[in-house]
Design a protein around this ligand. Structure first.
Ligand SMILES: Nc1nc2c(ncn2[C@@H]2O[C@H](COP(=O)(O)OP(=O)(O)OP(=O)(O)O)[C@@H](O)[C@H]2O)c(=O)[nH]1
Ligand SMILES: [Mg+2]
Length: 1148
């Protein structure tokens, strides 16, 4: 079949019932792009011989070199089944974890997905992730089990073994679907119960319903099963694939069995009783060959045996005759048996036919978009669909109708911006000329030439003069505008095309549209704009709403773009002209009633950060521009300028980082750049005092001598108190003298008389103006609580927003689900914070931090200060009407305490990294009321004047001179009068609170926390030892190891610190000659057990580590690395005992 003409595709675009928008999802290397090649080849865009080798949709050079997909790309295909024509908008996505954000952008635009699973590797971690992503977006999946040829050629399975193996894979995939389904039913049930509780039912009528709703919910259509027609078995590389429908039809003709019966029995525990000519149940028990093996797999196995394994010409002839397939002599003579195999298979079981027919029959068209999905897309954040304005709710019908009427509102979602070279755009490309056009051009050129010759002859001398003059002028101009042109050309080298889908209406070239930012509120927009306004009117400014014109629209054809005039509803398209308005994703509409779509579910969190600078400092502006473009072109990369002034790039992993750097160098900035080593994030925390020392001796009895001293290793402005226990047990173990020495030092001009630390770790700090005093204690949070807070940060942020609006006296409607999640969070916190220390702690939570949603808690332990609970929204219903009274309960400067806490948790004292898992309890907080100050200062002054006698008339309070013989009162007087010179109380309180938290933190045993990757390594048994070696060297831990049944493959799950992960994948690949490949995903934060400030203190420790304890301390190394990078002071002994550095051997 030749390529389908553009006109035909335009025709097909108008009929949404025949459109299928789908993406291909799988774990890395399971064969998505190879399968896409086969589908592309079916449209004649590439030749079928090249299919599988070309990987047409991997259009980038680095994709081809590395052999992995990095960007999702779309192509429109035509497929004919029976009399019906279908248009398939296919998106190929990457499988590597680093690029999972690309999967999110693809999934959002589709209605269905082909999930590919490698027949040997089975279900892998990314398979689970993509199934979950498809599920979250409510799109329907179909399954392709690929690489079946590997079962024959590599694993040398018998058909029977292969059947058992395939059954297992199917079970694994269905198990994931089952879990997803159950959790959704549970969620719905919970929501329903909540709603029912909401409506008032008389108590006596209430019957408790304990059913989970699972019994009623029909889930049969969700599971993959060959008899349902949603599974294809394939080998994309060899070009074959089939669904059991194909064989059922074929054998029903040959054997005269009802195709329906065959369809039901071909997959399953059935066998053929040849004598009785019947299909019977119980193949396994009776030791018979299942139908699937006998009728399907045996045929394929014998084909491979004949063509690939034995290369038996006679057998091949027989097989060809039985299949009724003819191959070209060229193919049968080819030295590579795979060529012949492909030639046979592409006729016998063409994979494109099997897959595309399944797609057309099983995946929904845009007309069948589920109402539930629409509501989900339209309800942003915590807002419920039914709280949206009426006009907005009406738009739901537009989605469901998917109408392309002239008056249907245009609704488009842009999921990402793709950078395309401007010269590759259709209008800049040279197109092959038609014969008529060529002769027309020739005629024109001939005419022009004749005219010029005639003109030249007439005015030869005059022209020459003019030419010289104008030439001179032009040159001058050129020089002046050269720089301008160059920069303009740079600007225009890349054009951004929005990767989008039309959900309603028709998108036209030149059309004016509204662009709705993620924070746009349709209620606000509708209230500010006139009733029937359109984007072409001149309108007042509305927050997060802008208008612009669509410049061009394109059909996405893999590596090519085809220009279109309009695109009707239900199609995927490319739009040009939005780059100044959209950063990464946005919603476009012709009506301001349209809400912005919910943000994409991006699974990968950017974690690897590097600082970037140009090799030549003069090229900074080019780098900044390049980074801006990169930020726009990648859904997951983040670009920011740190407080230090560094330009930082944050990516999802090492491979992603490399791709971003390449893009920056070769496309966006086009300059030489140098990137720092990856900046590894750490967290700072406190732990409970250890019970044993470094050599596992019980510490309790040995703490005989304690020296609390100021360590020499001092931060620029914070005194560090290190409580150090020195056991003087080297000489007299039993008779030890105790000495406790507390040094209060003045740190850089700050009077430490304002700071007091007691032996239990309670830090009391007074502001310099002596008006406020806070006492803070730091205690470690239980690990589960830290984890819970870390995972609930979005929810805490929502709650914080809600509290904020409540404080402002407004009320926010939040969805039942969010409310439930908040209640659940509170309950979980209550159950995890048990014991005397935590009594009533959850009720007394003052704030979370840093950024008001982090995993640290500020706890109110003040006696007599009843501030409104952090959970006030939950109890608001019963206490409605008391809000106003509650608001008054907040003490003055409450906010300063919170701000100080936020600052302290944002950067800790160890190496200015954020804190994690620390609870700061405020046990005392005195502020002298400002009112008091203002009212009383003058009275007091008068009294003082009486008492003290002469006071020189002050010009300013600062210049007061007191001549008195009453020192106590004079001091008090000075304090009061000098309070003003220190400025506002709130600012000082923030600083004092921050300092107090830092000191409280330092009074506890401090630890660093490292970011950890979980890493799944798939490897063969022979290199298992080497894999263990590399994991061990990188400070990793093996969690478990499992062998895939029936194969030689081991799956190892390990955790590796991010700090040690760079080059890990390469090292493992090198050491195992490519037989093991790890997939790493950020998993959690873990406390590094070693104490960075540790020094040997007990006899055993001295014996074990030596006096200097110069064996490596990993935590100290990490901490110093961070401090060095940040330009903080690092205590390092460069040369100690110089005379010992002689080469001893020479002096012997
Ligand atoms: N034996 C065999 N190999 C296959 C088959 N399909 C694909 N491959 C090979 O598997 C490797 C990965 O194929 P791709 O199509 O690039 O895999 P992918 O899923 O697109 O990979 P990513 O996009 O990086 O996630 C290539 O070397 C293919 O040749 C198959 O059916 N049989
Ligand atoms: Mg690929």
């Amino acid at each position: 079949m030749g390529p389908t003409s553009l006109d035909r595709i335009i025709e097909l675009q108008k009929n949404p019932a025949s459109i299928r928008n789908l993406c291909i999802l799988a774990h890395v290397d399971h064969g998505k792009t190879t399968l896409a090649d086969c589908l592309v080849a079916s449209n004649g865009i590439i030749s079928s011989r090249q299919a599988g080798k070309l990987r047409y949709l991997d259009s980038r050079e680095d994709e081809q070199i590395r052999g992995i997909t990095m960007k999702s790309s779309a192509i429109s295909l035509h497929f004919q089944e029976g009399d019906e024509d279908f248009l398939l908008n296919l998106i190929d996505s990457p499988g590597h974890v680093d690029f999972s954000s690309e999967v999110s952008t693809a999934v959002r635009l589709c209605d269905g997905a082909i999930v590919v699973v490698d027949a040997v590797e089975g279900v892998c971690p990314q398979t689970q992730v993509v199934l979950r992503q498809a599920w979250l977006e409510n799109i329907r999946p179909v399954l392709v089990i690929n690489k079946i040829d590997r079962l024959i050629v590599e694993l040398k399975f018998t058909p029977q073994e292969a059947y058992a193996h395939l059954q297992k894979i199917m079970e694994q995939v269905n198990a994931i679907t089952g879990t997803l389904f159950t959790s959704r039913v549970m969620e719905k049930q919970a929501e329903k119960t909540k709603e029912e509780q909401g409506c008032e039912t008389p108590l006596e009528d209430q019957v408790y319903d304990w059913s989970a709703g699972l019994e009623e919910a029909d889930d049969s259509h969700l599971y993959f099963s060959p008899d349902q027609g949603n599974v294809v078995f394939a080998s994309a590389l060899d070009g074959w694939g089939f669904s059991i429908q194909h064989f059922a039809l074929m054998y029903s003709e040959r054997m005269g069995i009802n195709p329906e019966v065959l369809l039901k029995t071909l997959w399953g525990d059935f066998y053929l009783n040849a004598k009785a000519k019947k299909i019977m149940k119980g193949a396994q028990v009776k030791g018979k060959k299942p139908l699937f093996v006998q009728l399907v797999l045996d045929n394929i196995w014998s084909l491979y045996n004949a063509v690939v394994t034995h290369r038996d010409k006679e057998k091949v002839e027989k097989v060809l005759a039985s299949l009724g397939v003819k191959v070209m002599a060229r193919d049968s003579r080819h030295s590579d048996p795979k060529v012949l195999l492909s030639a046979i298979c592409s006729q016998w079981l063409p994979v494109s036919q099997a897959v595309l027919s399944m797609v057309c029959n099983k995946l929904p068209s845009p007309l069948h978009i589920a109402a539930e999905r629409v509501e989900k897309l339209m309800s942003v954040g915590v807002r419920r669909f039914d709280t949206l304005p009426e006009r907005t709710q009406e738009l739901k019908n537009a989605f469901l109708q998917c109408s392309s009427n002239e008056n249907a509102p245009v609704i488009v979602f842009v999921s990402k911006m793709v950078a395309v070279e401007t010269k590759a755009l259709p209008h800049n490309k040279k197109r092959p000329l038609t014969q008529a056009k060529i002769s027309q051009c020739r005629e024109l050129a001939r005419q022009r030439h004749a005219e010029r010759m005639a003109a030249e002859q007439q005015n030869h001398s005059v022209n020459a003069l003019v030419d010289i003059q104008s030439g001179g002028l032009c040159k001058g101009d050129e020089i002046a505008t050269e720089g301008l042109k160059e920069s303009k050309a740079e600007e225009q080298r890349e054009t951004f095309i929005a990767f989008a889908r039309v959900y309603s209406g028709v998108v036209k070239k030149g059309q004016r549209i509204f662009i709705l930012g993620p924070k746009y509120d349709p209620a606000q927009g509708l209230s500010m704009l006139p009733e029937h306004c359109s984007p072409s009117d001149s309108l007042p400014e509305v927050p997060h709403l802008s208008c612009c014109s669509i410049e061009n629209i394109y059909l996405l054809m893999g590596r090519e773009l085809e220009e279109l005039e309009e695109v009707p509803s239900g199609n995927v398209l490319g739009i040009r002209g939005l780059e100044d308005f959209i950063l990464k994703s946005a919603t476009i509409s012709t009506t301001p009633a349209c809400p912005p779509f919910t943000p994409l579910n991006i699974e990968a969190s950017p974690i690897v950060r590097v600082a970037i600078e140009p090799k030549h400092p003069g090229e900074m502006s080019k780098l900044v521009r390049g980074m801006r473009l990169l930020n726009q072109a990648d859904p997951c990369a983040e670009v920011l300028i740190q407080e230090t002034g560094e330009h930082v790039l944050i990516t999802a992993g090492e491979v992603h980082l490399q791709r971003c750097l390449d893009d920056l160098k070769d496309r966006f900035a086009k300059i030489e750049i140098s990137a720092s080593k990856p900046i590894i994030p750490f967290r700072e925390t406190v732990v409970r005092p250890p019970k044993v020392d470094m050599v596992n001796e019980d510490l309790g009895k040995q703490q005989k001598v304690a020296v609390i001293h100021q360590d020499g290793f001092d931060l620029p402005c914070y005194p560090r108190l290190v409580i150090r226990v020195v056991a003087d047990c080297l000489n007299r173990r039993d008779h030890i003298h105790a000495e406790v020495q507390v040094k209060d030092e003045v740190s850089h001009g700050r009077a430490t008389e304002t700071l007091h630390v007691d032996s239990s770790g309670l830090v009391t700090l007074t502001t310099p103006n002596k008006l406020a005093t806070v006492s803070v204690r730091a205690i470690p949070l239980p690990q589960e609580v830290t984890c819970l807070l870390e995972n609930s940060s979005a929810l805490i942020r929502t709650l914080e927003q809600v509290n904020m609006t409540l404080r402002e006296g407004r009320n926010l409607d939040i969805s039942v689900k969010t409310l439930e999640a908040i209640t659940d969070l509170k309950a979980q916190l209550e159950s995890k914070l048990q014991g005397r220390k935590w009594r009533d702690a959850v009720e007394h939570i003052w704030a979370f931090g840093p950024r008001r949603c982090g995993p640290n808690i500020l706890l109110n332990k003040l006696e007599g200060y009843q501030r409104p609970s952090f959970w006030q929204y939950l109890c608001q219903e019963d206490k409605s009407g008391k809000d106003g009274a509650q608001a008054k309960n907040i003490r003055e400067f409450d906010n300063s305490i919170v701000s100080g806490f936020q600052l302290a948790t944002l950067s800790g004292p160890m190496c200015e990294e954020p804190l994690m898992g620390v609870c700061f309890c405020i046990e005392r907080w005195d502020v002298q009321s400002l009112n008091w100050k203002h009212e009383n200062t003058f009275e007091e002054m008068a009294t003082f004047q009486e008492v003290l006698g002469t006071i020189k008339a002050p010009e300013s309070t600062d210049a007061l001179e007191v001549t008195s013989t009453h020192p106590g009162q004079a001091k008090r007087y000075q304090e009061i009068t000098s309070a003003d010179c220190y400025g506002h109380v709130s600012g000082q309180l923030i600083a004092a609170m921050k300092e107090a938290c830092r000191h409280a933190f330092q009074a506890q045993p401090q630890r660093l926390m490292a970011a950890m990757y979980t890493c799944e390594i798939m490897t063969t048994a022979d290199v298992l030892g080497k894999v263990y070696g590399v994991v061990g060297k990188r400070e990793g831990r093996i969690l478990h190891e499992e062998m895939k049944e029936g194969t030689e493959i081991f799956i190892i799950k390990a955790v590796v610190p991010v700090a040690e992960s760079f080059g890990f994948a390469d090292e493992i690949r090198k050491k195992t000659s490519g037989r093991a490949s790890p997939q790493m995903v950020f998993s959690h934060w873990e406390v590094i057990s070693s104490d960075p400030y540790w020094v040997p203190t007990t006899e055993e420790e001295y014996l074990h580590f030596g006096e200097k304890a110069d064996s490596s301390n990993q935590a100290l190394k990490y901490m110093n690395d961070v401090r060095r990078r940040k330009g903080l002071y690092v205590e390092e002994k460069i040369v100690e005992h110089a005379e010992k550095q002689r080469t001893l051997s020479k002096n012997k």
